[in-house]
Design a protein around this ligand. Structure first.
Ligand code: EZ4
Ligand code: CO
Length: 402
């Protein structure tokens, strides 16, 4: 069996998505997501100019060898652009292998370990009242777990809060917009938010929160401690994680569970965090961490230390990534939770899916492969449009983490 063609499809049905499509001499094809939010074209170039030409003539069944060829073989290892490109190829190859085996992908991975996949949705509001409304709406849709972000009095524009009534959308301007931040104002306000949410909705719902790397370790320790009475499912990305040692300090002070890793792209980025049991959930996802081939290794390694998965699943990860992630979640023994932000109807016209939502849980569907496909004709109607993530500054103008 041989790969006869491989291409990249870029489409913007409301936001930019990059899809790898690999064709074989047996008529079977596979697709993979290779979207890197705000830097999409750099992955497109890496694929088109380098990796895809090297695929032609190879046996698509040799997923492992192809992965090693693009990881070890290129000399320049790791990094978001390279690992996202590898993930796009890897998922397309797993899709092909599952189609060859005539199985849904989860069967090929080892079969399902659970009946259904718990997901969390987002509830954000510019103030407390609108945040409570958003939680109510998520509950009405059936979600059993909700990530809560709330505008902070005195901070004009901040991450995670939607503009007017639009869906929350961080990448929406041709050049980066500027947001602002005050750790002091945030730290004072955030326990009040969770207090109000628990008072209104009780404890029979999982609550999550994303700090988006904005605190120092000792500040994160305090927030974790202050939030303990509200029993969070997790506190996400409390500090930047380049320095994995930061988490030792946070861990000494709080029992609020920690989730980290959506910006990681290799097993080495999370090795110390996992092996020193400094986190509870690993968020590294298929598209940004070298595909199923590497993520399996990360999950197996994490399972040795009681760390469970909680994959990133924002809308900038295409339905192709979501489909593959749900097959992975169905199988992985140490599953924790899966993030879910609904794609728009326009996006779901371009990408057809087999996965289904029912009362707060997903199932990946029984379609062979990962069950997601792309309508290329429709995709071609939505040309790429540059959309940058914002930057973040402190009140005195200092450029800050975001
Ligand atoms: O900022 O997906 O937990 N989710 C997040 C996301 C990320 C975007 C970046 O592309 O933090 O909203
Ligand atoms: Co996050």
């Amino acid at each position: 069996m041989k790969i006869v063609d491989a291409k990249v499809i870029v489409t913007c049905p409301g936001r930019n998505f990059v899809t790898v499509k690999i064709m074989t001499d047996q008529g079977i094809y596979g697709i993979g997501d290779a979207t890197l939010n705000g830097r999409e074209k750099s992955v497109v170039s890496y694929l088109e100019d380098y990796l895809l030409p090297m695929l032609i003539g190879r046996d698509p069944q040799q997923i492992e060898d192809i992965w090693q060829y693009f990881y070890r073989g290129v000399y320049w290892r790791r990094g978001p652009i390279g690992m996202t490109a590898i993930a796009g190829i890897d998922v397309a190859l797993w899709d092909i292998k599952a189609k060859l085996a005539n199985m849904p992908l989860y069967q090929l991975l080892g079969g399902r370990s659970r009946d259904r996949i718990l997901v969390y949705s987002h509830a954000n509001g510019k103030d407390l009242d609108s945040t409570l409304d958003a939680v109510r709406k998520a509950k009405e849709k059936g979600y059993k777990a909700v990530r809560i972000q709330c505008g902070v009095p005195g901070i004009a524009k901040m991450y995670g809060i939607a503009k007017s009534n639009k869906a929350y959308e961080p990448a929406d301007s041709d050049l980066p917009m500027e947001e602002s931040w005050s750790s002091e104002k945030y730290m004072k306000f955030i326990p009040e938010v969770f207090d109000a949410v628990r008072k209104e909705f009780g404890y029979d719902i999982h609550l999550l929160h994303d700090v988006h790397h904005r605190l120092t370790p000792i500040e994160a320790a305090r927030v974790g401690k202050d939030l303990e009475p509200y029993r969070l499912f997790w506190m996400e990305d409390p500090v930047p994680a380049e320095n994995q040692e930061s988490f030792k300090l946070i861990r000494q002070h709080t029992t609020t569970p920690l989730a980290v890793g959506e910006v990681f792209n290799s097993i080495h980025d999370c090795r110390e965090l996992i092996q020193n049991q400094m986190i509870d959930y690993i968020r590294t996802t298929i598209v940004h961490a070298g595909g199923i081939t590497q993520l399996r290794r990360i999950a197996d390694f994490a399972s040795l230390y009681n760390v469970r998965t909680g994959f990133h699943g924002a809308t900038d990860l295409s339905p192709v990534c979501m489909g593959a992630a749900l097959h992975f979640d169905y199988w992985v023994p140490n599953f924790g939770i899966q993030e879910h932000m609904a794609h728009s109807p326009q996006m779901e016209e371009v990408f057809t899916r087999a996965y289904e939502f029912n009362d707060g849980y997903f199932t990946p569907g029984e379609k062979i492969g990962h069950g997601v496909d792309i309508d290329e004709k429709l995709a071609a109607k939505y040309p790429y449009k540059r959309a940058c993530l914002p930057v973040n500054r402190l009140e005195d103008g200092t450029l800050w983490h975001w």
